[in-house]
Design a protein around this ligand. Structure first.
Ligand code: UD1
Length: 378
């Protein structure tokens, strides 16, 4: 008798679309192989709607060749409790109707913990991709999401050695931990080729701001701890403006940050503010950049693989391998440290990084192997 394996992959917020794309594609590519073993493999995408603007969501589906989600929960924005609760209530209905064999969640956003918790309580196994990362800063909503998701997940797919150590220290059994590499990098390597062979073309706006062979920096800034209060953001903004006097800065602005810039009435001066950009545009901009200034998680990893110096405007990172062997400088939020590190990079004195183990474009294949093997063996 034929058996069906149903996998639900959860998407919800911007950094997650890049992570689910290779997993989705790699699972779908296994359908034929599964069929030859008597298995009907069904793969569904559920979009929670945590991010909903076209520049924060739709553009990634187009750029990454993802089909429209099978389900869209349309939860939208809200306080953490409101957003998490709305995702849980809507996702519970999906799980009850679909009865998946496994739910795959990625990263550390509110949609991640909400769907993991809902699935687990309904007895559905959870696979967490990008498990084990720790900033050890419980003031970050993402750290809470990471720890809780890891504590209840059945498959913990890890990107770097620190993830294994952290999970073992928290008492996670070895048998649940799988070092698979980094799915973000699968997406990066695949799309780098598409940009280089001309099968995708970055927008005119981005090509104008980032001319080939010219010196420019890319800025992203959206962490609540950096932008959500005036006392934190103003000194950072002043430091960034000092850097902007030395090198043009292009800044795709997150909606949260755009509101704060208006609220604090900040002078944008020399900085080129643009709307949030899609994946292909961002990859193109970062690939050719002299440096990146950021408080994002994913960019610390992407710059390490691209060999671009990254100045991380945070006191901690959950991705230490990018600092230890990559091109990442964890400078903190001290304005002078931000400016002096940027000047060091401009003088051509930045460190040369190496690429962490298994960040080779094959992480999603390893993940689908492990998931399918587990269900085939049952
Ligand atoms: C979320 C993630 C963060 C991730 C970031 C990437 C959590 C706890 N945080 O933070 O880890 O790095 O996404 O962007 O899950 N908004 C829009 N349009 C949208 C989405 C949001 O205008 O499509 C505005 C709304 O005013 C909203 C605010 O941005 O209230 C914040 O959105 P939210 O998803 O709550 O958090 P992010 O700061 O985006």
């Amino acid at each position: 008798m034929r058996k069906t394996i149903k996998v639900v992959v959860v998407a919800g917020a911007r950094p997650n679309f890049m992570k689910i794309a290779p997993i989705y594609h790699s699972l779908v590519a296994r359908k034929g192989e599964a069929a030859s073993l008597g298995l009907d493999l069904s793969v569904q995408i559920v979009h929670t709607g945590q991010h909903y603007d076209s520049t924060m969501s739709d553009v990634f589906f187009t750029d990454l060749g993802l089909p429209a989600p099978d389900r869209h929960l349309e939860v939208g924005s809200g306080t953490h409790a409101e957003q998490t609760a709305r995702v849980m209530m809507a996702f519970e209905k999906v799980v009850l109707e679909e009865r998946p064999d496994v739910v795959v969640v990625v990263g550390d956003v509110n949609s991640t913990i909400a769907c993991a918790l809902t699935s687990k309580k309904l007895g559905v196994p959870v696979a967490h991709v990008e498990a084990g990362l720790r900033s050890f800063d419980m003031g970050m909503p993402e750290e809470i999401n990471r720890k809780l998701t890891d504590a209840i997940s059945d498959f913990l797919f890890v990107t770097e050695e620190s993830g294994i150590r952290n999970l073992r220290n928290e008492g996670v059994p070895q048998g649940r931990i799988f070092m698979v590499g980094n799915v973000m990098i699968d997406t990066l390597l695949r799309n780098l080729v598409r940009i280089e062979n001309g099968s995708v073309t970055p927008s005119t706006a981005v090509r104008t701001h980032c001319p080939v062979g010219s010196r420019y920096a890319v800025l992203t800034l959206h962490r609540p701890s950096n932008v959500d209060d005036r006392e934190s953001m103003i000194p950072l903004w002043d430091a960034i403006r000092r850097v902007a006097r030395e090198i043009p800065i292009i800044f795709p602005v997150h909606p949260r940050t755009r509101s704060r810039i208006a609220e604090y009435d900040l002078d944008t001066g020399e900085i080129a503010l643009i709307e949030p950009i899609g994946y292909i545009d961002m990859l193109y901009a970062v690939k050719g950049a002299t440096m990146v200034l950021t408080d994002s998680g994913g960019l610390q990893e992407e710059t390490t693989v691209l060999g671009v110096p990254c100045i991380t405007i945070r006191e901690n990172t959950e991705r230490p391998v990018t600092v230890e062997i990559g091109t990442n400088y964890l400078v903190g939020t001290n304005p002078d440290a931000i400016v002096s590190t940027a000047l060091l990079v401009l003088l051509g004195k930045s460190k040369h990084g190496t690429i962490p183990p298994l960040w080779d474009g094959k992480a999603s294949e390893r993940i689908s192997d492990i998931i399918l093997k587990c269900f085939i063996d049952r």
